[in-house]
Structure formats: structure tokens, C-alpha cells
Design a protein around this ligand. Structure first.
Ligand code: PLP
Length: 450
């Protein structure tokens, strides 16, 4: 193989042949792409040899850190035994069967059936179809409308991008598809005005329920929501929001889909974000942390209410992907679950490394330029502000977030910018020393941006 090694040569080839997702190609090629060559533990190494603390777990997925021998061995072994077989047409294989059973053990008790996909987007598209199929089967075919939220992210396939509330995504490709209504998001700092966080949480939940009543609950099928909006800027809802909203959804017989692609598998200090928020969803969307990002895998957790209707009355559900339940991906997921259980990872996030980071992270809000700094488990954000008291931001043209992201990377820390909010979601295995390094680099970045 003819291997190109120098950074300049790799950049030139990347610019010549690679179209990147979620990237402005002209800006990228003017600036030059960063090339990540290897990773170990919580650190990445780029093609210039710089070591960078990965404060984003890749794309929220590398929860157990890099180079976990147990996962590599499990995948290699599975590839030797059975690298691929499908799960269509009345066939199955041991890893997908074992994984289904293990997921039933770790998910909330209403979940005992799982359908597999290759990603979070595919999982949300799958749920979109399953929900409408379910209401058809139980004799309520008029329940077809979906509620989701402004600024939410549910993926990039057609239904998932339509469910998402990012207007930039809707502008391209003629989205959203019909039958989706976007409700307000519980983003108190940006949108709460004079209300207290608790009053604002109730207000947004009630606005959402009012929208449903206006459409007619007999026409509304389900609501999709992340327990904590991730890609929208890590918006931790006020404590009043989820109790009011989930009670109202239940009273109106609207199904709840908890999109756990980011919040699932320990991120919030609970196995699933719905447990932190104390909701009882009818479906969960799973991906990312299910394999700690080692191999692509998505899943749909289907509650007993839905599964029993499908099993009792359903025909063939004409839906699936070649790689639904890929054996090597299932082996990676099983090894991930083994590590999470043997190392008591969720407890560590909840009781130990989570609180240690949270306290230091929240203290970043003492800086005059930081409006709020919030975190649950190991998912957090801080907000750059022009005026802390008035809760105002700098003009978008100042590009504060993007400047901070670049400073941070140069300082050796990956943080993500969502507008003027900086986001982190580090691997669960980071040590106290690595937390101290993360905080020191984040503070340095804030000072440089200021
Ligand atoms: N749902 C949420 C909450 C996400 O954050 C993402 C991706 O970031 C998705 C769905 C889509 O997942 P994927 O990129 O695996 O398709």
C-alpha cells in the first residue's frame, strides 16, 4: 500500500477527495483539516504529534475511552467466527440474541424487545414508522402527528432531520416532511426572560401541551425528545419541565420517545437519561455509547405496550437494514456492557468523577464572560455572554464560540461550540488529574477568548 504520511500531503488529499459531513468545504480547505492519527485512554494524537484531551468522547460516543483491549478482542473473535450474517427472514445469531437479552436487563423494566439498526438516525426513522404502524394496529389510524422541539437533534436521515429542530437542516432538501410540529425548547438562559427557571419549565411544558390540544390529542401520535438536548447546546431542562410534560402526555395518550443517543448508557450518571428525568417512555433511541463508539450500531427499545400489539396483531414489519444486528457490532456492544458492569462505570459517573468535574465546571461561571455553566453526570456546557445580568449574547458575527473552539483545540482540549455555548461530554474513564487538566485548559480558553 502506498501510504501518505506528512500532514501537508494528507491535507491536500483530503481536500481533493473527501467531502466532510457538517462542514463548509471552502472554509475547511482554506484553513486545513486537523488530522487525528491515533488515540489512547482519553487522549487523541494528531498528525503533528500534539496530544489532545478529548472532552467530547469523539462525537459523544467514546464513553469508555480509546484502546480498550476487551472490545478489540471481542470484535476480532466474532469476526473470525461469523463476520456477517443478517437477521432478516427468520434468521438470527448468538451475539444479537445475547445483546437483546442484556439490553432487556439494563434498560427500564418496560423494555424487553429491541430492533437493531446502524445508527441513531436510522433508529429514529424506524421509530417514526413503528409509531404510525402501532396506532394503525390498535385502531387509531388518525393519530399521525409527531411533536418534537426547536433546536433538537435527532439525526440526518429524512425523518430524523425533519424531527430535529435545526432550521439550517430544514433549508436543505425541502424538509421537514409533513406531519411534524416543533414545540418550544426549555432553554431558560436564552429564552426564560423574567421567569424563574421553575416557572419557565412549567410554562414551556404547558405551551407544548396546549399545542397538542390545539391539534387534537386524537391526531397526535407521539413526542420525540432528548432528556437533555445535546447537539442543541446541552440544555438541561428546569426541574419542573419533565414532570409536567410527561404527565400531560400520558393523560392525552401521546407516546413518548426518549432519544437516548447521547444520554443513554451512563452519560447522565444514570443508565438512561429518562431515569434521571423520571419519565416512562414507550420507545428509546439507542446508539453511540452502546458500543462505546468502537463499531457503528443503533437500536430501538420497544416497550411492552407496543411490542405486545405488534406481536399479537402485526404482519411482517416491512423495514430493516442490511446491518441490523451486525454480529461484530453486537460483540462490541456486549464487551462494552461487560466493562460498564464490571467497572461499575455508571456509579463512577454518578458518585465520583461526575461530581468532581461538575463542581469545577460550575465554578467557570464566576468569570464575567460566562453566563451559566451547567452539568449533569458528564455532560455539560457553558454560555459566553456579553452581559451576565441581562443574559445577552455577543452578535453572531463575533463568532465567539468558534474562536473558543479553535483556541481550545490549540490548547490541547476538544470542546464543541454550539453558537456561543461550549459543550463537553468527556469519556467516563477520565481520572481526577485529567479533570484538573480539562478545567485548566477550559479556563485558559475562556481567558484567551475574552
Ligand atoms: N439523536 C441524537 C440525540 C443525537 O445526538 C444523534 C447524533 O448526534 C442522533 C440522534 C443521530 O445519530 P447518528 O449520528 O448515529 O445517526
Amino acid at each position: 500500500m502506498n501510504t501518505v504520511r506528512t500532514t501537508a500531503a494528507l491535507r491536500a488529499l483530503d481536500a481533493a477527495h473527501h467531502l466532510h459531513p457538517f462542514t463548509n468545504a471552502r472554509e475547511l480547505n482554506a484553513q486545513g483539516v486537523r488530522i487525528i492519527e491515533s488515540a489512547r485512554g482519553v487522549y487523541l494524537t494528531d498528525s503533528d504529534g500534539q496530544k489532545i484531551l478529548d472532552g467530547m468522547s469523539g462525537l459523544w460516543c467514546s464513553t469508555l475511552g480509546y484502546g480498550r483491549r476487551e472490545i478489540l478482542d471481542a470484535v476480532t473473535k466474532q469476526m473470525e467466527v461469523l463476520p456477517f450474517y443478517n437477521t432478516f427472514f427468520k434468521t438470527s445469531h448468538p451475539p444479537v440474541i445475547q445483546l437483546s437479552k442484556r439490553l432487556a436487563e439494563v434498560t427500564p423494566s418496560q423494555f424487553n424487545h429491541f430492533m437493531f439498526t446502524g445508527s441513531g438516525s436510522e433508529s429514529n426513522d424506524t421509530i417514526f414508522r413503528l409509531v404510525r404502524y402501532y396506532w394503525d394496529l390498535v385502531g387509531q389510524p388518525d393519530k399521525t402527528v409527531f411533536i418534537s422541539r426547536h433546536n433538537s437533534y435527532h439525526g440526518s436521515t429524512v425523518a430524523a432531520a425533519s424531527l430535529g429542530g435545526l432550521s439550517a437542516m430544514h433549508k436543505q432538501g425541502g424538509l421537514p416532511i409533513p406531519g411534524i410540529v416543533h414545540a418550544p425548547q426549555p432553554a431558560w438562559w436564552a429564552e426564560g426572560g423574567d421567569m424563574s427557571p421553575d416557572s419557565f419549565g412549567l410554562h414551556v411544558a404547558r405551551q407544548t401541551l396546549d399545542m397538542i390540544d390545539e391539534i387534537g390529542a386524537d391526531k397526535v401520535a407521539a413526542m420525540f425528545a432528548e432528556p437533555i438536548q445535546g447537539a442543541g447546546g446541552v440544555i438541561i431542562p428546569p426541574a419542573t419541565y419533565w414532570p409536567e410534560l410527561s404527565k400531560g402526555l400520558k393523560e392525552r395518550d401521546i407516546l413518548l420517545i426518549s432519544d437516548e443517543v447521547i444520554c443513554g448508557f451512563g452519560r447522565t450518571g444514570h443508565w438512561f437519561g429518562c431515569e434521571l428525568m423520571n419519565t416512562q417512555p414507550d420507545f428509546m433511541t439507542l446508539a453511540k455509547g452502546i458500543t462505546s463508539g468502537y463499531i457503528p450500531l443503533g437500536a430501538v427499545a420497544v416497550s411492552d405496550r407496543i411490542a405486545s400489539a405488534l406481536l399479537a396483531h402485526g404482519d411482517e414489519f416491512a423495514h430493516g437494514f442490511t446491518y441490523s444486528g451486525h454480529p461484530a457490532a453486537c460483540a462490541a456492544a456486549l464487551a462494552t456492557l461487560d466493562i460498564m458492569q464490571s467497572e461499575d462505570v455508571v456509579r463512577r459517573v454518578h458518585d465520583d468523577i461526575g461530581p468532581y468535574l461538575q463542581e469545577k465546571w460550575r465554578s467557570l461561571a464566576e468569570h464575567p464572560m460566562i453566563g451559566e455553566a451547567t452539568m449533569e453526570g458528564l455532560i455539560g456546557s457553558f454560555q459566553f455572554c456579553a452581559d451576565k445580568q441581562a443574559r445577552t449574547t455577543f452578535p453572531a458575527s463575533a463568532n465567539i464560540g468558534l474562536a473558543a473552539r479553535d483556541f481550545s483545540f490549540d490548547n490541547g482540549l476538544v470542546m464543541r461550540a454550539v453558537g456561543d455555548r461550549m459543550v463537553i461530554a468527556p469519556p467516563f474513564v477520565l481520572s481526577r488529574g485529567e479533570v484538573d487538566e480539562l478545567i485548566s485548559k477550559a479556563s485558559q480558553t475562556i481567558d484567551q477568548t475574552y
